[in-house]
Design a protein around this ligand. Structure first.
Ligand SMILES: *Cc1c(COP(=O)(O)O)cnc(C)c1O
Length: 383
């Protein structure tokens, strides 16, 4: 390698992971100085059961249809995409209507690069300094992360020892705190706990009383037998349901999330979003995936039955897995530190998630073969 090779020069720059404090010349906002990048470990040559992905790759027929659609779009890539992603939003409305017997149109849907961008746009529109958001922890760590980035105060509401929400207590907390945003993840990540539709209604009423929006994060809805909160939107316009194609749809690599809400919420997204935020390639690929929703989700039943098999096996192995309505299981009942058990399982080639909740670890349900590898690592944990 010659000394003029730019990559050898670049290697001399200190990076985030090598300095422990920010340089003084950097005008970073005070609120970000103690932040660390979101970081589930990314490793190769391991069985990755740590980010709740769907283990099934794109079916051949969907891949072929997608290649055709992308080839069609490719010749027009000199032009900006449809800013409002109308065709995609109509397709998503139909997808929701077919499953929840609702009557939404594109006016009720907003789509973005993953539901994380949906959440960020909600915070930009309805959060910010002098505003407060509340969530019920342990839950999805990205909610407080985006609160911090957007300067929104974050209030921690609690869950009980089984990770369920006491709806009456939550409603009282909302009436007291008067936030502008309430976050409710169901089924909850990392616990897998669903919240019933009647509890969501109780919490929505409290949110409405203080003029807050209730954001129901349904990233795992398709794995659950509970009714979706989209069925409540007509009666409670303060409910915003956030969904993603990353989990049940097996489409994490494309980055498509969406929300279902009253059209006024969607209008607020239109004034907040970046122009042309969703690429023409993403819009085209997502439409093909939605047109093949049944094939894309053919593996759902298998994942649900594998979930119950893994849960029973964990119990047999002397551990305590929580009931889950999602594609992962949170388990406890081991007597070494979480990180040590996490490392022992990784040493066997299986990467699961230490979500920073001492005494617990989370495992994503993979294929039957991957789950067997995980269970073998669990059985080998003491040797
Ligand atoms: C995975 C996940 C998301 C984010 O998914 P995207 O890939 O950004 O669509 C949102 N909410 C919860 C609770 C999740 O677990």
């Amino acid at each position: 390698m010659s000394s003029k090779d730019p990559s050898s020069q670049a290697a001399n720059w200190p990076t985030w992971s090598t300095w422990s404090t920010w340089p003084t010349w950097l005008p970073l906002r005070a609120g970000l100085k103690s932040s660390t990048p979101y970081g589930a470990p990314q490793m190769s040559d391991v069985i990755a059961l740590n980010t709740n992905e769907n283990p099934h790759s794109l079916p051949d027929e969907v891949r072929d249809a997608m290649m055709d659609a992308l080839a069609n779009v490719a010749s027009g890539l000199n032009r900006y995409p449809d800013r409002d992603a109308l065709a995609l939003r109509s397709a998503l409305a139909k997808y929701i209507n077919d499953r929840s017997e609702t009557f939404f149109t594109a006016d009720n849907i907003w789509a973005a690069n993953g539901s994380n961008e949906i959440l960020q746009t909600l915070f930009l529109a309805f959060g910010g300094s002098a505003r407060t958001a509340i969530g019920f922890t342990p839950s999805y760590s990205v909610h407080p992360m985006i609160a911090n980035i957007t300067g929104t105060s974050w209030i921690v509401g609690s869950r009980d020892s089984e990770f369920a929400i006491d709806a009456a207590g939550a409603a009282a907390g909302i009436r007291e705190v008067k936030p502008s945003l309430v976050f409710l993840t169901t089924p909850n990540n990392p616990s897998g706990t669903p919240t019933s539709i009647s509890d969501i209604e109780t919490i929505a009423r409290a949110a409405g009383d203080v003029r807050a929006l209730l954001v129901v994060d349904e990233a795992y809805a398709e794995f659950s037998d509970e009714e979706s909160a989209v069925t409540l939107i007509k009666r409670y316009p303060q409910i915003v349901v956030s969904r993603t194609m990353s989990k049940a749809f097996a489409f994490a690599g494309v980055r498509v999330g969406y929300l279902v809400a009253h059209p006024s919420v969607v209008d607020a997204m239109l004034v907040t979003r970046l122009p042309y935020h969703l690429s023409a390639l993403t819009q085209a690929a997502a439409q093909v995936a939605i047109a093949h929703a049944d094939v894309m989700q053919a593996g759902l039943d298998e994942i649900k039955s594998e979930r119950e098999r893994v849960r029973a096996a964990l119990t047999l192995a002397g551990l305590k897995p929580l009931p889950s309505a999602a594609n992962f299981i949170l388990f406890t009942g081991f007597d070494i530190p979480s990180h040590e058990l996490w490392q022992r399982i990784l040493d066997q080639g299986v990467l699961i998630r230490d979500i920073g909740l001492e005494g617990y670890l989370r495992v994503t349900i993979g294929t039957a073969a991957e789950n067997d590898e995980f269970l073998a690592a669990i059985h080998a944990r003491e040797s």
